[in-house]
Design a protein around this ligand. Structure first.
Ligand code: MG
Length: 167
């Protein structure tokens, strides 16, 4: 299914080669919010995200959030990052993408979408003939870290519970 295949696979948004994108003529990144820029259950703008966004802006490129999330969630990020965003985009339908392009004053050839979901982000971008990169969902990564920490914690606890051997 060509419509479900992204142009690029990335570990995270931070793996984007921004210089390459710029050289290729991209003028903006359309970014999904949940599990792409931030874990779906977090409203914290990480320092890494803030720095990444600032780097994009300093390169004379733009970034706009295109999210299916509700408006107040999107607004939190938009305000703190000082960028614009489209909430309730209803991806994979085209309305949100079109609104974003209008807001940016750019054509579909000048932007690239990035998201963590095939059936919303990839399919949606493909239907609009917008290039798209698929990233690994952030919260899945967090969960893996949590799992690892739990395992680690468990082994520490087990050690603590081991009765001391008489000397
Ligand atoms: Mg997402």
């Amino acid at each position: 299914m060509k419509l479900l295949k992204p142009d690029y696979y990335l570990n995270s948004v931070y793996d984007f080669n921004l210089e390459y994108l710029y050289e290729q003529g991209y003028k903006a990144i359309l970014a999904d919010l949940d599990n792409t820029l931030a874990p779906w259950d977090s409203d914290i703008v990480s320092r890494e995200l803030k720095e990444w966004v600032n780097r994009i802006l300093s390169m004379d490129m733009k970034i706009i959030i295109v999210s299916n999330a509700r408006n107040n969630r999107v607004q939190q990020f938009v305000k703190e990052l000082n960028i614009s965003g489209i909430a309730m985009a209803k991806k994979p339908f085209g309305g949100g993408f079109k609104k974003a392009l209008k807001k940016l004053g750019l054509t579909k050839d000048e932007v690239i979408m990035v998201g963590d979901q095939v059936f919303t982000d990839v399919l949606g971008a493909r239907l609009q003939r917008i290039k798209v990169a698929l990233v690994k969902p952030l919260s899945e990564k967090e969960l893996m870290i949590t799992k690892f920490m739990r395992y680690f914690e468990k082994s520490v606890r087990a050690e603590q519970n081991t009765p001391n051997l008489p000397q």
